[in-house]
Design a protein around this ligand. Sequence first.
Ligand code: EPU
Length: 430
Amino acid sequence: MDALRIEGGQRLSGTIAVDGSKNAALPALAAAILAQDTFTLRGVPPLQDIQNMTHLLGELGCAVQVDDRDITIDTTDTSRVHAPYDIVRTMRASICVLGPLLAARGEARVAMPGGCAIGDRPVDLHLRGLEALGATVSLEGGDMVLRADTLKGATVFMGGPFGSTVLGTANVLCAAVRATGETIIESAACEPEVAFLARLLRAMGADIEGEGTPRITVRGVERLSGVDIDLMPDRIVAGTLAVASAITNGNVTLERFPMDHLLAVLDRLRESGVHVEQLDSTQSPDCCTVQITTDRRLRPILFTTQPHPGFPTDLQAQVMSLLCLADGNSIVTEKIYPDRFLHVPELARMGATVIRLGATVVVQGVDELVGAPVMASDLRGGAALVLAGLAAKGETLVRRIYHMDRGYTNLEVQLASLGAHIERVDGGPN
Ligand code: EPU
């Protein structure tokens, strides 16, 4: 199995452009099921999760053509409605096809996703939302089966115990665009990826207002046409690369940086002594060029993950790696996935002093991290270990990097282009 070997201690410098967003691409590609015409999404990174989604769309009767980073989808066979467990278990985001299948084909049969390393991830809010639009829901042989001859607009509340749901909002949005009458999605997820989906659906002819706010209003239409659209930049990749610069005391310039989508993170990074400067003020703040530099000593900070526009859970682990080297005690609280801390014991193997108390971790800054063999257990936690390895003294070997290949395009190539000593090696059996 592939592993990443890192010789830490190199200060990163240079310029790199941020890839397109995986988490915006997945529901966007699923929305192609709604298009009665050719659908093209441009600038899609060649990630494992994207391949899983195009494979699933193929299983659902879509003709998918991948031309470098542009994906074109034509729906030829509309009879297929089954997302089987074999695919869903490799990618939970397969659930994105639930709303589009129900709206376009009157039925969706999607395997219930199983356990997940980052904690419990129920789907009750997806089902409740689609039921409110008139779907019947049953569980058959491990599959969620939803049926509706016609969907009818309604007021749908998408809030749950941990805030609103991102992909649940995406599913309801995709169903509501084809429902009769008006749907109001209350407590909608405000994440930029959901706003991107709404813009994409509007470009296909949908009537949507309020995306990016907790209330989205949708008036159903009979037909959605095709679309040709550029994918938005990935705010989590952008944040990860910013931390890579900061943790190595580097000087990295990031192009296509979605500053507007990262305000909570930038606020915390600045408090800690990381400088993020927009280099060209004429560029739009949701896709601009920034330079990342750092004070000699980092200050400890407090942060709590929250739904957007709060601090994103998908950057909790990476920023924790940075705080391992701050001058004092930081406190990190996880409010979205209270068990998303599999990176904590691995960071401890590298000399970090990290104490977990329930959904909170106290990070006592140390003077240096020390390279060690460590194991990735999830996508973002794995990225955090790579970041720690960049700063650590000596060699770090990060195993199980297939997790990172789901969400970062050749992370080692990107980091090596900035001067990191990192290579993909055969890490032996897992
Ligand atoms: N939740 C429920 N019921 C539901 C759905 C969610 O209680 O029916 C809970 C979850 O257990 C969690 C919270 O609500 O506590 C938020 O979950 P959400 O549904 O928003 O997560 P998601 O839509 O399944 C997306 C991203 C995740 C990201 C979360 C939160 C994609 C493909 N995935 O997942 O990304 O962490 O939103 O922002 O967009 C990642 O990229 O590493 C990743 C895990």
